[in-house]
Design a protein around this ligand. Sequence first.
Ligand code: HEC
Ligand code: HEC
Length: 359
Amino acid sequence: MRWELVIKMISLANLANVFKKKTLQIISMMISVIIISLFLYSCQSPSINESTDSILEKDSKISLINEPITPIPLKLELDENKVKLGELLFHDRQLSGDDMISCASCHKLNHGGVDLLPKSEGINNRIGEVNSPTVFNSGFNFKQFWDGRADTLEEQIEGPINSEIEMGSSWPLIVRKLSSSPEYILSFRQLYSDGITKENIKDAIATFERSLYTPNSRFDFFLRGDKNAITEEEKEGYNRFKNYGCITCHQGVNVGGNLFQTFGLFGNYFKDRGNITRADFGRYNVTGKEEDRYLFKVPSLRNIVLTSPYFHDANAKTLEEAIAIMGKYQLGRNLSSEDIDLIIKFLKTLTGNYQDNPL
Ligand code: HEC
Ligand code: HEC
């Protein structure tokens, strides 16, 4: 409708050109400029973000302020019984070959969903290749793992179960062990007609993982319209986060987790760090395409203050270091210590609640 008007005014201006009448020409050009500006303005007026509104905000009638980050939904509809069963399995060490390691060994729910180690320790004290990411809010990521090699949470579970440096197990072994427990037999029967199977185990664990979302951070209150939920300094940190361009990669509901990006857009991060390993090739290991070398899933920054060390290689022990590296290699910018302090203040407002308790 508005576009039609714009096109009409532009053709009017052309018509005036034909008649070579200067005043008519100028007047119609001015009108079309005004209409185009009005059109562009209406496109960016601070209305509710519609796509997010329909997907994520069914729970809330409050209008969001229009920002590139959206709040975590307050409530997700999940089968509570599957969540409970999945929680048991997530903490069950029988899932590993030697009954020593559970998912929770490396994803500690009382430590931000990580193990706080540079590289995780798996079965027989084997050390992994990359830093463990958090399981909190992983349900919002578009792919799983640093290199995005799993499309879903269900698919992701295959990784640690079968990995010889993580849980060193297999599905027949796990199904056999769980089938000796009357409690498990009963719980599975109540939820799944075919009882204890690999697919059902994955379904229950993935459902539990989807329940690990952390709403009600102070920043989310701010997004929902409470202007005083964050301080002026925190707002300034957020402004710099946007103005410097962190937001081009870390955005959406998870402040990340929705695209791949090359690590080292400005300068060769890996060469500067040294000791390049296979894990540093990132997405290249999945696709074999040269252009995917050093491409990684942009990680979520939700609850980020709780999950040091940082990066897939755990090269940054502190957020200060991580942000300075991001400035240098992702934005080609030397961030001042004031910039970094303010951005950290903003990042701290992203810590949310799990089951109504602060993380
Ligand atoms: C030995 C430690 C260890 C164990 C045990 C382990 N994980 Fe992980 N987890 C990791 C590491 C390390 C990664 C990152 C691997 C990669 O990206 O290549 C990871 C990645 C993930 C991710 C992807 C998160 C993201 O943002 O990409 C999820 C989800 C996850 N694990 C869930 C689980 C579940 C469920 C289990 C149990 C079945 C489990 N993990 C067992 C260490 C572990
Ligand atoms: C061009 C895209 C891009 C930009 C811009 C960007 N990042 Fe990142 N960020 C990434 C990628 C990719 C990673 C993962 C790197 C890795 O470990 O392989 C990452 C990782 C991080 C991490 C570590 C997360 C973790 O769990 O280990 C932090 C913190 C971070 N970025 C903050 C920032 C800040 C603050 C800015 C702005 C100063 C910024 N980023 C700008 C893409 C970007």
